[in-house]
Design a protein around this ligand. Structure first.
Ligand SMILES: C[S@@+](CC[C@H](N)C(=O)[O-])C[C@H]1O[C@@H](n2cnc3c(N)ncnc32)[C@H](O)[C@@H]1O
Length: 215
């Protein structure tokens, strides 16, 4: 018997009117990019996904002060949100800017981009919908590009321009340090639309020896 509850309904539109376009930013941090974009595009809805509570609160504060009613923030693991919660083939653009690179080899399994995230991403993007990706970490950038190059459900396209107005908090910091910024984008093509397999529980979610499970 499996004791872990898996969410079975893959299409929770959350607060969104699905007749409007939807754009999603993964790891949106304090929300500079998404709040600017939402203000400039009232005809579109925006979802930020971020797992750190402090950053979610700061982003929420920005949206309140600016009276933005087309943004929502979800505090959750992005893979889980993509796998279970977003409507299928509805998202126009997904932005992933400066995801944690987990530079040590023993931590590479924590990286967001891998076959599971690519499949969940493809499932949520509309046909022709785009992923915009940027990172300062060259080795992670090359790994992500190689993963997409091997995946027939995506086609590489020109990334969006990066004038100062679209810089995130981390991009601003990295550019001030003179670091190289690598950007790429992919468009979703037709592909096998079979249901996603339920996610396995990652080993790090199991209680570690000596650390009692909280009751
Ligand atoms: C390096 S910061 C970049 C923040 C923002 N994108 C920027 O460029 O300023 C990475 C952010 O992604 C969030 N994050 C990393 N992995 C995540 C995941 N699996 N699900 C949700 N948020 C995640 C982190 O909490 C952090 O705020």
């Amino acid at each position: 018997m499996d004791h872990v509850i898996q969410i079975k309904n893959p299409c929770i539109p959350l607060e969104f009117d699905l007749s409007r376009p939807l754009e999603v930013e993964v790891g949106c941090g304090k929300g500079r990019f998404l709040s600017n974009r939402a203000e400039a595009h009232p005809e579109c809805d925006f979802l930020g996904i971020e797992r750190m509570l402090g950053r979610v609160r700061l982003f929420d504060g920005k949206c309140r002060r600016r009276g933005l009613d087309n943004v929502r923030i979800l505090r959750l693991e992005a893979l889980y949100a993509f796998h279970y919660l977003l409507p299928a083939h509805h998202v126009r653009t997904v932005y992933v800017f400066f995801p944690d690179p987990w530079p040590k080899k023993k931590h590479h399994s924590h990286r967001l981009f891998g076959p599971l995230f690519r499949s969940a991403l493809w499932k949520r993007l509309e046909r022709g919908g785009k992923l915009e990706f940027a990172t300062d970490h060259r080795e992670y950038f090359d790994e992500v590009c190689a993963g997409f190059a091997d995946d027939g459900r995506f086609e590489r396209v020109e990334p969006m321009p990066r004038p100062r107005e679209v810089w995130t908090e981390f991009e601003t910091m990295f550019r001030e340090k003179g670091l190289e910024i690598n950007a790429a984008a992919w468009r979703a093509l037709d592909g096998d639309d079979s249901p996603l397999e339920p996610l396995a529980i990652p080993p790090e979610a199991e209680p570690r020896e000596g650390i009692p499970r909280r009751s």
